[in-house]
Design a protein around this ligand. Sequence first.
Ligand SMILES: Nc1ncnc2c1ncn2[C@@H]1O[C@H](COP(=O)(O)OP(=O)(O)OP(=O)(O)O)[C@@H](O)[C@H]1O
Ligand SMILES: [Mg+2]
Length: 498
Amino acid sequence: MPTLTPLLSIQHTSKTYDGTPALVDAALDLMPGEVHALMGENGAGKSTLIKILAGVVRPDRAEIRIDGQPVSIHSPKEAYDRGLRFIHQELQIVPQVSVAENLALSQPYPRWLGVLVDWRKLHQQANRALERLGISHIDPRQSMARLSVGDRMLVKIASAFANSTQAASIYVLDEPTAALNAAESQRLFAVIRELKTQGCGILYVSHRMDEVFEICNTVTVMRDGRVISTQAIQQTSRGGLIRLMTGREVSHAYPPRTQPHGQQVVLEGHGLLNGVDFQVRAGEILGIAGLAGAGQSELLKAIMGALPATVGTLSLEGQPMTPAHPADGWEKGFAFVPQERREQGLVLSRSVRENISLPHLRRLSTSGVLLDVGRETRLADDLSKQVRLKATSNRQLTRQLSGGNQQKVVFARAMAGQPRLLLLDEPTRGVDVGARFDLYTLIRQASIDGTAILLASSDLGELLGLCDRILVLRRGRGATVVKAAGLTQHDLLALCYG
Ligand SMILES: Nc1ncnc2c1ncn2[C@@H]1O[C@H](COP(=O)(O)OP(=O)(O)OP(=O)(O)O)[C@@H](O)[C@H]1O
Ligand SMILES: [Mg+2]
């Protein structure tokens, strides 16, 4: 029987950053009609491998073949011309321009008389690309800046799948569902299944086990820059994959509440976002659930003072409060993990240590003036360990960290101040399965220490596993609060749909 030629083969791939190896002789074959999962802990080297394929990162060494033919890929254009399409982990969008223009970024604009951009055609193309994913709520003329993180991701996904003059056969998706909810992910999977039957190959990076078992045929696991196994998905199990990725036994039980939370109401809101009322008590974890765009992020931002104007009233320990700016929030002892980690969370050009201590500088200074560098370093070191941060040191620039490790820095910063109110918006997004439960342990510990916590998440298991009560938001139709105990994921989803 003749052996099939891989659609894409990448062998002997190595890459070192300033003497630290990110990839060590990594290799992978992608077959026609295959959905191939690429898994590994945060910092294992997945995105680096993908960026080499995309012509974005120059490898120290790599042998790439497409349909058996050796090729070299030195630029994104070369990758595109060879039929590769990418959805990168960190969104490269141009927020100032419209959805349609963002959709067309990877291709030449349709022109009229060869000079003027044919807007009508551009919008039609954009509409078709969005329709393919079953998306009707995004207007192509809308500015990209006004879209939620999830909607921006949908636009990027649509652009990778947009019909182009150049035939595509290889799709490389780096955590495409990290910012999507279950329904949106299902639409993406439908497109993936369709591409699979057309004989395309799909390389798929994800930290979500469920979806890997749902849509992938094959799984390759990386650890510390090396490929350590490639197996048919039927021959693997969750536990087996986690052991391969982490090299250790990982608890995947949610840390339970060990004592009742306090009775003192820390924060109370009335009439927020057109009719949302809630209370959260000291030590309580109040979940925030809802369908995509039901207002989860807006609610947290409103509390933090990160929205320009808000309706409704807030009171903090019984005193009326009007937060004007996130700095006010931090000053009051609030801590915030925003969903847009790169835009609103991190100063990428600064070190891990500076990013962790940024809002806490006053507390870390003697007499409020001189920064106590020793304390700052110890604080950053402790927290980095607790969140399993993978960095060469705490002086490493945040820009150089992998996506999941950047998320851990945002989380570590929020925990650093022992906040009285903790606002978490998708805190485990992009965090690997091994570290995820370490973050849950830290959240539980904060609640035991009396921090009032608001946790917005599209991961229903996470909400049910950690929260005492859950605030279910329904766009424009108010909200309900339910006790988490005894609820199933199914019940919770039904409540979200109202
Ligand atoms: N520009 C850079 N400079 C220095 N080191 C880098 C740079 N880019 C990546 N690295 C390092 O390379 C290693 C691999 O990173 P990579 O982004 O490939 O991880 P990943 O497997 O995609 O992780 P994640 O699941 O968090 O996205 C990490 O240790 C990271 O810090
Ligand atoms: Mg990555």
